[in-house]
Every structure is written in C-alpha cells, then in structure tokens.
Write a new protein. Structure first.
Length: 215
C-alpha cells in the first residue's frame, strides 16, 4: 500500500524568548515525528519525543533528509527562528516540495521586535541579510529607503554596514539591537563612525533610520 506523505510543517519559533513562541507553534511541534532544528533551536520543546535532526549548513543534504523521512510517512516539522518568511530554510523547502505540500505557521520575527522597541512602523522597511555573507546591494539601491533593517550578528557585517553608511551620507541614525527578547537584550544608538570594530552578539539587527522619521 502506498504511504501517505504528510505536509511538511514549517514553524516560526520567535526571536528567542519562550513567551514569544505562539500556542500554534507549540501545537505544531507536538505533531512531529521528526523535528528539523538549527543549533539555536535544538533545546526547544524538550518534551517532544520526535527524532531531532540538526539542519546544519548543507541545504541540499537537509532537503534530501526531509524527503526520505517524508517518504516513510513521517510527520516532518521544521523549526525556524523568528518568522519563516524572513531569511529561513522555508524558501528552499517550499521550492523543493511545493506550496501544496507545506504548511507555514507564522512566528514573531526579530525584525518586528526591533521596530517595536523603537516604536516605529515597518511596512515600508527594506530588510536585508548580512547573516552569513555581505549583501550585494549598494548605497544606490538602498538610498530611497527611510528604514533599513540589516540582519547579521557578525563583526564583518558591522564593517559592511559602516561602509554603506559612509556611502549613504549623513542624516541617518543607527540602532544596534542585540539579543532581542532574551535576558541580555540591548538596544543602543551608535554613531555610524563607531560601528566598525564593535563587538557584537551573534543575534543582532542594525536599524538604519532617516533622522526625521524619529522626531
Ligand atoms: C537566518 S536569520 C533568521 C531571521 C528570522 N527568520 C526572523 O524572522 O527573525 C538570523 C538573523 O536573525 C536575527 N535575529 C534572530 N534572533 C534575534 C534576536 N533575538 N535578536 C536580534 N537579532 C536576531 C539576526 O540578525 C540573525 O543573524
């Protein structure tokens, strides 16, 4: 008899604090036979008896692993930090298996939290990732944006942002938002010229905001 293949459930787990995990996320994780987890999320849902597989850095490899577990009729649940719609494995998973074979449970994004801390709306923000490598965008691409969120807790990311700020010219304010929702959360305004070389948490977002939007 053919095995029934279940939809892959992709679950947004919020920016870190347990109280930012939604009840819907918790319920979805509870259905898992197989949990695909990053290093950061591997301690979540400790009572869930599912097999845990580290998502690692080999995207093609983890997609093959998901396919084989799904072919066995097992319920695969992929945990994503924040919201799956922002720089997560959701995109390659949906591309490989198809929208009709995936269900996405939204989560609270670290980007949402960063803007909330400044009391700013963000429907017009440009969101870019320097999480694992420097973005290919230039100041010319980003100049029209009044609000820019750069994801990436790496000193080289800060050096890239410092160069971007030089090219963008004056008038922007810069906020370094680290470890959002976690006990060590820190949000500080930084002079653009001080950014390069600052030690930074691996969980960090830099918000670059046109000064007049904060007045
Ligand atoms: C691969 S991206 C995933 C983003 C995630 N999907 C989201 O919506 O928050 C990882 C980046 O998210 C940001 N991030 C995640 N959690 C964070 C936190 N608690 N505080 C600050 N930034 C965080 C960092 O910029 C990190 O480099």
């Amino acid at each position: 008899m053919a095995v029934e293949k279940k939809k892959i459930i992709i679950v947004g787990c919020g920016p870190g604090a347990v109280d930012c995990i939604t009840p819907a996320a918790e319920a979805a994780a509870g259905k898992a036979d197989v949990l695909i987890v990053s290093q950061r999320l591997k301690y979540l849902f400790p009572k869930c008896p599912a097999e845990r597989i580290d998502s690692g850095t080999d995207v093609a490899g983890i997609l093959d692993t998901i396919a084989s577990r799904r072919d066995d009729g097992r319920q695969v649940v992929l945990l994503a930090t924040g919201d799956p719609g922002i720089f997560s494995l959701a995109k390659p998973v949906i591309r490989r298996f198809g929208r009709e074979n995936c269900e996405v449970i939204p989560g609270i994004s670290s980007v949402q939290v960063a803007f909330a801390r400044l009391g700013l709306d963000w429907q017009d923000a440009r969101i870019i990732s320097a999480h694992s490598s420097e973005p290919e965008m230039t100041a010319a691409d980003l100049r029209p944006a009044g609000k820019i969120a750069v994801l990436g807790g790496r000193e080289t990311a800060l050096a890239w942002i410092a160069g971007l700020l030089r090219d963008l010219g004056s008038g922007r304010r810069v906020f370094l938002c680290e470890d959002l929702t976690l006990p060590g959360e820190r949000i500080r305004e930084v002079a653009p010229t001080d950014l390069a070389g600052l030690p930074v948490s691996s969980r960090a977002i830099v918000l670059i905001i046109q000064g007049e939007l904060l007045s």
